[in-house]
Design a protein around this ligand. Structure first.
Ligand code: C2E
Ligand code: CA
Ligand code: CA
Length: 656
């Protein structure tokens, strides 16, 4: 005989929760204390409503209240046992230990699965779900706190595994078992160096180069081996120890970077997770600054990841701290972007460097066309706001194709690498820092291939000839001209992979038509064009932004001399929205506030869609996927002149 049947929630001696009429937390403890310590076994369930905050934030608290009442009815319909509400959206059920384990697990699963069909507004139900942690067959001689903390851990695991699920606490699982020792052990563990930094690489998907890494903590326990953050981070966040851990990890990262002097990846930025607790601490930015200075690590190589979820409350206070961090020179990123509902207003108010798209957001979005559109536009918007975008949780080639086509280049995910212990990271980094392909040289010296042979242009039409180039022993390509788009060359569109770029080329144009393009790049959002002879024979670097009817931008400069060799270079800087044109190594025009074009559709040499094609010569076309500055362009130009076989100007002279 056990005491379950005599003690149920309707017993008038139990204090009721004002809202749902369920017993409250105190009653739960009283109920538990009244169980027969020797005879009774219990099963317990911890039920938490996922994203309940969203409902309060979106529909107001009174709707939130209605929802909680409906949920408590729903739970009571599904479970028989002692059901209590112990906090806002948290319910605990104690079930009779005589019920079979299978039955309890099945009931918990039904509770989760049937939730969407509950009697409530569908639009609201579609925002939320239940995460349930279950513990089976515990003697009631065990303290309720122990039982709740095991249930709680299982519930966190459910959330971590992606929410809307039920996780049964496995007592054989060492990760779970040790939860109870964690609070007793944590301080010594930190002092003994049991917490270590693992690094997960961030990779530029286009160039396959290492672009940074995220520091993730691991607890290397002397007895149990490596413990994953899920076993201790949620607990540290509750008991406040996370502040100590985060600062420790931050300092470890600084030490590590200081020891990287001379390595080729010495300067890659490393990001460190920072819990919300720090952000209420005014001294926090100074503390970080002191640590980074102590090890001589430049602040701009340190990035602080702050999860989006924390911005729901107290945003203004947090924004202040973030601004201070930025003032000190640190990089700041918003982590888990798209996992909460605060996303859009955050973008408006926060000046951060990087947005990290949440792995669940990626997984959900990649599955349907609407989701894809949202993701694509989020990426575009972030880039318009001059923020870098990193996609987390990239696991497949398909995801890479999709995200890169959306204009995001940096990925962090198992496809490239799991978080790695330092030694493993070093070997990984050695491989992935091999020089990224950042420039393509089409010399047009007898073929249309790049120096590295990786890319090759294609003729469209006829009448081309390879004739004398700018060096004694090199050739250039002669373009015969023709109607629109005819007798042109197409370059692979992945020649340009970046919103910012630099194009350098030698041209000897013939004045057949003004406004004819020598190099023309068509983007989904407009085009850019290098016009050797535009306004009354002056050159022009023209950018068209087709999102805006009046979006025409001409960086015009000195004329390119007809019938002579000229060095023409242009660059576009998407960060500063500046377009610059150079002739023979000198700046001839700069224009600011030129909007960014994205997603290359076609790269054409010697013509465009509207004008008759280019007549004249071209060679030494270099396309860089980054902005080159004046010094670079100048020395590039001078290096041509200094070449022992350079003869372009002799050619000019002979024609004079
Ligand atoms: P996070 O900041 O979102 O870190 C990324 C997590 O996603 C890591 O889990 C990583 O292993 C995992 N991940 C990366 N790529 C993939 C993928 O392709 N697929 C899947 N399914 N997962 C992927 P990890 O290392 O277990 O860390 C979990 C969380 O614990 C972190 O989430 C972070 O919020 C927190 N954390 C870890 N170390 C620290 C720390 O030192 N301080 C603070 N405050 N939080 C930490
Ligand atoms: Ca993170
Ligand atoms: Ca994240």
């Amino acid at each position: 005989m056990n005491t379950f049947n005599s003690l149920n929630g309707n017993n008038p001696s139990f204090e009721k929760d004002y809202l749902t009429g369920l017993p409250n937390r105190q009653s739960l403890y009283r109920y538990y204390a009244a169980l027969d310590n020797h005879a009774d076994m219990v099963h317990a369930m911890f039920i938490d409503v996922d994203h309940f905050k969203r409902v309060n934030d979106t529909y107001g608290h009174s709707m939130g209240d209605h929802l909680l009442i409906a949920i408590s009815t729903y739970i009571q319909q599904h479970l028989t046992g002692f059901i209590s509400r112990i906090g806002g959206d948290e319910f605990v059920a104690i079930l009779d230990g005589n019920l079979s384990k299978e039955e309890v697990s099945r009931t918990a699963q039904l509770l989760v699965d049937g939730f969407r069909d509950m009697d409530f507004r569908n639009d609201i139900l579609s925002m939320i779900s239940l995460s349930v942690g279950v513990i089976l067959s515990q003697p009631s001689s065990q303290s309720l706190d122990d039982i709740l903390s095991k249930c709680d851990t299982a519930m966190y695991q459910a959330k971590y595994d992606g929410r809307s699920r039920c996780v049964v606490y496995e007592s054989s699982d060492t990760a779970f078992e040790n939860t109870f020792n964690i609070e007793a052990e944590m301080e010594d563990a930190l002092a003994n160096g049991e917490f270590v930094v693992y690094l997960q690489p961030k990779i530029n998907m286009v160039t396959s180069a290492l672009s940074g890494a995220e520091a993730l903590s691991r607890w290397v326990h002397p007895k149990d081996g490596v413990r994953s953050p899920i076993t201790y981070i949620p607990l540290f966040e509750k008991n406040g120890f996370i502040s100590n851990l985060d600062l420790y990890i931050f300092e470890e990262v600084c030490k590590m970077k200081a020891s990287w002097k001379g390595l080729k990846y010495e300067h890659i930025p490393i990001s460190i997770n920072m819990s919300r607790l720090h952000l209420y601490n005014e001294k926090f930015p100074d503390t970080l600054l002191k640590i980074s200075q102590k090890y001589g690590v430049p602040q701009e190589e340190l990035e602080l990841e702050i999860t989006e979820n924390i911005f729901i409350k107290d945003s203004m206070e947090l924004i202040d701290t973030i601004n201070k961090l930025k003032e000190k020179g640190f990089m700041v990123s918003i982590d888990d972007f798209g996992s909460g509902f605060s996303a859009l207003s955050l973008l408006k108010d926060l000046q951060v460097d990087t947005i990290k798209i949440d792995k669940e957001f990626l997984r959900d979005s990649a599955n349907d066309t609407r989701g894809k559109k949202v993701l694509r536009n989020v990426i575009t918007m972030c880039k318009d706001l001059k923020m870098d975008v990193v996609t987390e949780g990239v696991e497949t080639k398909e995801q890479i194709h999709f995200i890169t086509s959306c204009g995001c280049q940096i990925a962090q995910g198992f496809y490239y690498s799991k978080p790695l212990a330092l030694d493993d990271f070093h070997s990984f980094a050695d491989k992935y820092t091999s020089k990224p392909i950042e420039s393509h040289n089409f010399r047009m010296n007898g073929n249309l291939k790049t120096d590295d042979g990786l890319l090759e242009g294609q003729f469209q039409g006829s009448g081309f000839k390879y004739v004398q180039g700018i060096f004694r022993n090199s050739s250039s390509l002669y373009f015969p001209g023709g109607p629109q788009e005819q007798n042109t060359v197409l370059l692979p569109k992945n020649t340009i992979l970046n919103d910012s770029y630099t194009i350098s080329v030698w041209l000897k144009p013939k004045a057949s038509h003004l406004w004819t393009s020598a190099v023309w790049v068509k983007f989904e959002t407009g085009f850019c064009s290098l016009l050797p002879l535009a306004w009354e024979g002056h050159s022009s670097f023209r950018i068209r932004d087709s999102k805006d009817i009046n979006g025409w931008y001409d960086v015009s400069g000195a004329p390119l001399q007809e019938g002579f060799w000229n060095h023409y270079a242009v660059s576009y800087n998407a960060k500063t929205e500046t377009a610059t044109a150079y002739i023979n190594g000198d700046v001839v025009g700069i224009m600011e506030n030129v909007p960014t074009n994205r997603y290359v559709i076609q790269i054409m040499l010697g013509g465009d869609t509207w004008q008759p094609s280019y007549v004249g010569n071209m060679c030494e076309l270099n396309i860089y996927n980054e902005v080159k500055d004046h010094d670079f362009i100048k020395s590039l130009f001078e290096s041509y002149l200094a070449h022992p076989d350079f003869m372009a100007y002799e050619d000019n002279d002979s024609r004079k």
